[in-house]
Ligand binder design. Structure first.
Ligand code: GLC
Length: 739
């Protein structure tokens, strides 16, 4: 009897769950079809000018917007912020324009709105998608409180070249890590309901291949095979779209000779065709007009025609769609259906955001949301997780809080503005906790914290070095804070040299020469070539551009109130001459390595081929031991999966978090495969002496490659799987995939 009742109960629960899921899906579908009919209804009533107006995004500056908005010639405004200002402009659109279509207000919320988090490259170093999702959700709550409902983020450009300043804005060199982060940003920004007033539309950028600019020079040409594009650069965009990203930004660069702002292959064939993307594409800043400079359009009219035909739906700041599209349609050069498709896509997102139903922002929210204590605390935690311990000889770190005298030396030691990074929204330097402030807060009143800048970040003066040396000599330990200014990475900030700028290296060498124990804290937006420091400084902490809580996070780690867990999302080369240098490279016919020919191998005669610090590398204050690598089988059908597990033990004296990484190598395939590729990773927090079996499920689909016929297939044959703490170490096992 009991069994029958249990069966009934189970059946009832199943029925209730199924009907709940069904009704949710039905509601979603109803909502979608309701939006489609509202879009079509509105479209029917629009003039050509009003249609072109929706494709027109203008830059907010006090003088030019009211009239344009009132006549319905503006679809979106960039850089208007603050609930009061945005509501005022929105009232003009809704009350005064003929069709009352609300404006979509956009802003670059890249790593925070007012609560500024570490730059995206640092966020990637957390290898913690949940932390990134939380950062994005907080950013959305703050930005939407200020009237912003669309951010130009996430930037998902794979970057293998640290000369390129925008390496700071993305998630590094690896496709799997970047894809995980891309999806996390989108989930955070858009939430599970885009019409929630606290949600903002994501914009995944820059489509595509922008990070492969020749010479690491921003905006420069990009040329690569379709196989390289699809294997390395496109998956993070697809991950963002699979997570629901509703807009995409085309990139400035040419891809194989065609500017991506006029590239039907990327925009129509891949994005809107293969991937069936229903959102809209916005150009980058005046990139439609730049088609003239690229030499693929003779004038603005042709540029407009090229871009709209290729699939760019909105003109960022160029003003040329509004100016030329009505006539291009009237004269039949551009079919009205092409214009209508672009308008439909934009109106669809405005409806999905709920802008027609609730176009205004509650002005009380800003006060509550911006710099809310919980947001600031989150910024501190994620900054702690983002920092990477590169060296800690003799366990110099963590420092004791009873240290009598600490010398803080370097041009970034008491800096605030540069810790904000390079695209810091409404962040303010006064919100930043400097490293000096963070350290001082850790020390008892009777401790001495000495300070000397030594040199500037850039510049040739060395006159401050003697004072810095004298200061160091008085201390028990020296903390040096060196690196780049925030603006030395990010857009239009490519560097031909990757060393410490200015005379910082000289300062470092002078301080190390005092014989005092030195801790080096790096503030930078890209990998730096710090060979001398790596050879001579006992402890090095990569702190990146850590945001408003950077000083506290550095101090938390230096004094052991938090344990370093970050891992490099990019390779650190020894010298700029090695660039591009990345971990998932091909083996070549003459691979370097222990068995290499003495001379005739793929290397250099004047430098080793190995990186200074490899992708995935990072130390902690404890040690982790890997053992017992096991596979659930040594065969896998090419639609199957295998379980891979390893035992990880904390063999040190402090708790710690390890990021366990799983890499695969396809030993033989019709197309040469990388020596290893990250396929998965897991964060494991372990108390001293504790151990955990970490298990991954590896699916055959994760092994798929673009074969000689450009089919995406999982090849039969032998593979190795390696699990370890970074891309250069780990235990390896072999398995096969059968046909
Ligand atoms: C810039 C950048 C892009 C940014 C846009 C709006 O030039 O390339 O990433 O979102 O313009 O500021």
């Amino acid at each position: 009897m009991v069994r029958a009742r249990t069966r009934w109960a189970a059946a009832l629960i199943f029925f209730l769950l199924a009907s709940a899921a069904w009704s949710q899906a039905a509601t979603k579908q109803d909502k979608k079809s309701d939006i489609e009919s509202r879009v079509n209804e509105l479209l029917k009533r629009m003039t050509l000018e009003e249609k072109a107006g929706q494709l027109n995004q203008i830059l907010f500056d006090e003088s030019n917007v009211d009239a344009a908005i009132g006549q319905g010639s503006v679809g979106s405004v960039v850089n208007a912020t603050g609930a009061e200002q945005v509501n005022r402009l929105q009232h003009i659109a809704v009350d005064k324009s003929r069709l009352h279509i609300p404006i979509l207000f956009a802003y670059d919320v890249i790593h925070g709105y007012r609560t500024i988090f570490p730059v995206p490259l640092a966020l990637a170093a957390t290898w913690n998608p949940q932390a990134v999702e939380r950062m994005a959700r907080i950013s959305a709550k703050e930005a939407s409180a200020a009237g912003i409902r669309w951010t130009f983020s996430p930037m998902v450009d794979i970057a293998r070249d640290p000369r390129w300043g925008r390496i700071a804005e993305g998630s590094g060199e690896d496709t799997v890590l970047d894809s995980a982060m891309a999806a996390a940003y989108v989930r955070g920004y858009q939430g599970d309901d885009l019409s929630n007033p606290a949600s903002i539309a994501a914009c995944v950028k820059h489509f595509a291949g922008y990070g492969a600019a020749e010479g690491g020079r921003d905006y420069n040409s990009v040329d690569m095979s379709e196989r390289q594009l699809r294997t390395v650069y496109l998956p993070p965009f697809k991950a963002a779209l699979d997570a629901g990203a509703v807009t995409v930004m085309s990139s400035f660069n040419t891809l194989n000779g065609i500017p991506n702002t006029a590239n039907p292959f990327t925009l129509r064939h891949v994005l809107k065709g293969e991937w069936n993307f229903h959102g809209f594409v916005v150009s980058d800043w005046r990139s439609i007009i730049e088609l003239i400079s690229h030499g693929v359009a003779s004038d603005e009219q042709q540029a407009s025609q090229e871009a709209i035909t290729a699939g760019v739906d909105m003109d960022m700041i160029g003003g040329v769609y509004y100016k030329y599209l009505p006539d291009l349609v009237r004269t039949g050069v551009v079919p009205e259906s092409v214009l209508d498709d672009a308008v439909r896509r934009i109106l669809r997102i405005k409806f999905e955001l709920g802008l027609f139903d609730h176009p205004y922002t509650d002005p009380r929210l800003e006060q509550r949301e911006l710099l809310a204590p919980a947001h600031v605390e989150a910024a501190r935690q994620v900054a702690q997780e983002s920092m990477v311990l590169l060296k800690n000889d003799g366990a110099l770190l963590p420092l004791s809080k009873t240290t009598k005298t600490i010398a803080l030396i370097g041009p970034l030691a008491d800096d605030q503005a540069d810790l904000l990074g390079n695209w810091f929204g409404k962040g303010e330097a006064k919100d930043v906790v400097s490293i000096m402030e963070g350290i001082r807060a850790k020390l008892p009143a009777d401790a001495r914290l000495l300070h000397s800048r030594g040199v500037d970040v850039v510049g040739t003066s060395v006159e401050g070095i003697p004072d810095a040396v004298a200061t160091a000599k008085q201390a028990d330990v020296v903390v040096m804070v060196l690196g780049e200014k925030g603006a030395m990475s990010g857009e239009a900030a490519s560097r031909a040299h990757l060393g410490l700028p200015g005379k910082q290296e000289e300062l470092l060498q002078a301080i190390v020469a005092t014989g005092k124990p030195v801790v080096l804290v790096l503030i930078n937006g890209r990998p730096l070539t710090i060979q001398w420091a790596a050879d001579h400084v006992p402890a090095i902490l990569e702190a990146w551009l850590p945001g408003i809580q950077g000083g506290n996070a550095v101090a938390d780690l230096l004094f052991g109130d938090a344990d370093p867990s970050g891992k490099l999302p990019v390779t650190f080369p020894r010298t700029v001459g090695q660039v591009p240098l990345y971990y998932n490279h091909l083996n070549t016919g003459r691979p370097p390595g222990p068995k290499a020919d003495k001379k005739y191998f793929s290397g250099y005669i004047d430098e080793t081929y190995t990186p200074l610090f490899p992708f995935g590398y990072g130390l902690s204050y404890t040690s982790f031991q890997y053992s017992g690598l096991k596979l659930s089988g040594d065969q896998m059908e090419n639609s199957g999966k295998i379980e891979v597990s390893v035992d990880v033990k904390n063999v040190g004296t402090r708790a710690g978090t390890e990021i366990v990484q799983l890499y695969v190598h396809d030993l033989v395939a019709p197309v040469a495969q990388p020596v290893e590729e990250l396929k998965d990773f897991q964060r494991v927090k372990l108390a001293p002496g504790a151990a955990k079996t970490v298990t991954f499920t590896l699916h055959a689909s994760q092994l798929a490659i673009w074969d000689r016929d450009m089919k995406f297939v999982t090849e039969p044959g032998k593979y190795t799987v390696t699990i370890g703490p970074n891309s250069a170490e780990g235990d390896t096992a072999t398995f096969s995939v059968n046909r």
